[in-house]
Design a protein around this ligand. Sequence first.
Ligand code: FES
Ligand code: FE2
Length: 318
Amino acid sequence: MTASLPTQTKRFPFPMPFGWFKVALSHDLAPDTLLTRHYFGTELVVWRDAAGRAVCHEAYCAHLGAHLGVGGRVEGDRIRCPFHGWAYDTTGANVDIPYADKPNTKARLRTFPTVERGGIVLAWYHPREVAPLWEPMEIPEYDDPEYGDYEVFEYTIGSCMQEIGENGFDHAHFEFVHSHPQVGQIEKVEFDGYDRVVLSAQQFPSSKGPVDGRIDVFGRGPGFAITRYQGLIDASLVGCSTPIDEETTLVAFLFTLRNAQDERTQRIARAFVDSVSREIGQDIPIWEHKRYVATPALAPSEKPILDYRRWYAQFYAE
Ligand code: FES
Ligand SMILES: [Fe+2]
C-alpha cells in the first residue's frame, strides 16, 4: 500500500528572527535579583549590575553547565554560579574561579546586548551574535505624567512571530473573525528599512454618535510596535513579541491611558481593553492551527500581506 507523503511537514518554515525583544519589565528587575526566562530557544538569566544596568546571558555556566538562575547570585558587577562558584562579569567573561589563581579566558557566557526603553528591558537576539543593527524606539508616554501606568496582558501562543504579526495586514479577517470591518481611512502604509508605519483616520461609535479619531501604528523591527489611539480616548498600546522558540511566541500588550482619572475615560478604556483581549482570544485558535502558505491565493485587495512578508524577510539571518 502506498500513502501520499505530506508536502509540508512543518506548519511554518521560519527560524527565529533577529531583533530587540522584551525579556522583562523594568520594575520586575530589582537589584540583586536573578530573573530566569525561556526565550530565543534557550534559558536566560537577567540581572542588574552595580550601576543598575540590565544584563542578559544564556543561563548555562560555561564550566560544567549548571543553570545560573537556580541558586546563582548577583555580586555587584558579577554573577556567581551555584555549582563550583565560578564568577562572570557583565560581558559574560569568567573573572574568578575560587580554586584557581587565574580565571579561564576561554570560559564565556553567551551575552545579549540589553537596553531599557519605556519601562521594558529589551535584549538583542541574533543567531550569529551580530551586534545590534538599530536602536529600539522610544516610548514618550512612559515619561509623560499625563499617562498612567501600564496595564499588562501576556499571551503564550503556539505560532511563530511572523504569522502573528500578519494579523494587522490581513484586513479581510476583521469582519469575519472579529465581526467588525476594519473601518477607517488608511492614510499611509509604509515599510521603510526596519520601520513600518500605518496611519489611519477612524470613526469610533459612542452614545452621542460617531467620534472622529485616529489609529496610528509605529513599528520597528519584528518584535515591537506602538499603536496610538486618539478620539474617544487618548491611549497607547505597546505590543511586544518575543520568540520563545521557533514555534512559540510570547505576545505582551502594555496599555497606557492619558488622563486616566476621569470616570468616563476609564469606562471607555475598560471597554477598549476588553475588546483587545476578546479579539486576540478570537485570533489565537486560528494562529495555533493554521499553516503558512508561501504562495497564497489572494484577492486583489490583499497586497499588504505580501508587502508585510517582504519587509519581514529581512529579519531572518538564515
Ligand atoms: S558549573 Fe558553574 S562553576 Fe561549575
Ligand atoms: Fe485579528
